[in-house]
Design a protein around this ligand. Structure first.
Ligand SMILES: CC(C)(COP(=O)(O)OP(=O)(O)OC[C@H]1O[C@@H](n2cnc3c(N)ncnc32)[C@H](O)[C@@H]1OP(=O)(O)O)[C@@H](O)C(=O)NCCC(=O)NCCS
Length: 139
């Protein structure tokens, strides 16, 4: 098992993983989010590899002392083997090196099955409302 920074050639594999785990967005949204994040800090988009195959992904971002991550996914055939933990831990390490003091994650309310994973990783549920507004014309 290897955790490394994202490379462009990973995109087709992680797109498939996002599809298979239900995290797929539109093609433009996925590419756009990734492109922005890679331009901002490519060290915060990490890939888990097994036998040179990309089997997991996590996308992180930093705003001041706050770290955020989203689109964490592991290929269903590789779940339960520690790849998710390794991805989160590797990103946390990079966050710490960059001065992050608290990490936030947004989880879809329907995705309750992922909560035991986050509990095992030391994350607790905070009570916030998430509000959002679409800016027309921008992806
Ligand atoms: C969430 C996800 C990334 C976890 O990846 P994974 O590789 O299967 O997780 P790991 O094998 O590293 O598990 C890490 C820990 O969480 C625990 N865990 C994982 N799933 C669990 C579950 N359903 N119930 C209880 N504990 C669970 C494991 O026991 C393990 O604990 P340990 O290290 O103390 O033994 C993976 O299930 C996934 O891709 N899910 C679909 C996409 C998704 O919902 N992503 C999150 C969006 S917010």
């Amino acid at each position: 098992m290897l955790i490394r920074s994202f490379r462009l050639g990973d995109y087709i594999y992680i797109k498939k993983i996002w599809q298979e785990t239900g995290l797929e967005q539109t093609e433009t949204e996925s590419l756009d989010a990734l492109a922005k994040q890679l331009a901002w800090d490519s060290e915060l988009v990490l890939i888990a590899e097994d036998d040179e195959k990309a089997v997991g992904v996590i996308v992180g971002t930093i705003d001041g002392s706050r770290g955020y991550f989203y689109r964490l996914a592991v290929d269903p055939q590789y779940q339960g083997k520690g790849f998710g933990r390794k991805l989160v831990e590797a990103l946390e390490k990079r966050f710490i090196e960059k001065g992050v003091s608290r990490i936030f994650i947004m989880v879809n309310q329907e995705n309750t099955q992922v909560l035991p994973f986050y509990n095992a990783m030391g994350y607790e549920i905070k009570k916030y409302f998430t509000l959002s507004k679409k800016i027309e014309g921008n992806n």
